[in-house]
Design a protein around this ligand. Sequence first.
Ligand code: TYD
Length: 218
Amino acid sequence: MSDPNARLRFITFEGGEGAGKSTQVELLAGRLRAYGHDVVTTREPGGSPEAEKLREIILSGKAKDFGAFAETTLFSAARIDHLRTTIEPALARGSWVLCDRFLDSTRAYQGALGNLDPRILKALERVVVGNTMPGLTFVLDLPPEEGLRRAQMRSRGHAPDRFEAEQIDYHRSLRRAFLDIAAAEPDRIHVIDALMTADRVADIVLAQVAAAYGLEMV
Ligand code: TYD
């Protein structure tokens, strides 16, 4: 019988935009594979054919007008399919699963920033995620100014205007939300300073994974 309290080999990466989550997913996957592990990389919203269809709808902005609760049910519908068709089968066959965003994004974006009732959030987590909680989560933490700078670089580096100055507050709240979420679950969630180089962040991630799962990596 497997230990019900054992950490799942399910690791999620969280944080604001431009923090380097997808890079870290790939770097950790490469390193685990180099040690002979089987690894599945995935992302949310999306990560399965049906959930990717919902991703398009959600990210098109069409769902936003329905409000945080309805939007959360769409994220939940995508997550149900993602868990059932991608994450749970991979874990069952002994693979690691590394996911770019998961339920902590719902807690931050729809919960903290969208003011979704915490009781609804909790109830959804229980029925949607159940016991398939990530064994380890990394929050890649970045000062809001840097997140915005990186986002601007991606959108061709135009100068900040009034609208973008307002966005600083949004990024600040998001950062605060992720730090609060991390502080509430210190055993699962580790905060990493994403101002460091990607390789340095990846070294820290690997060291923490090795420690949390008792892996020998030399
Ligand atoms: P994406 O383009 O993947 O952003 P990023 O590169 O920052 O990961 O878009 C995902 C967006 O969806 C992002 O703004 C965060 C948001 N999101 C939620 O609001 N709730 C959720 O539960 C998830 C998984 C994502």
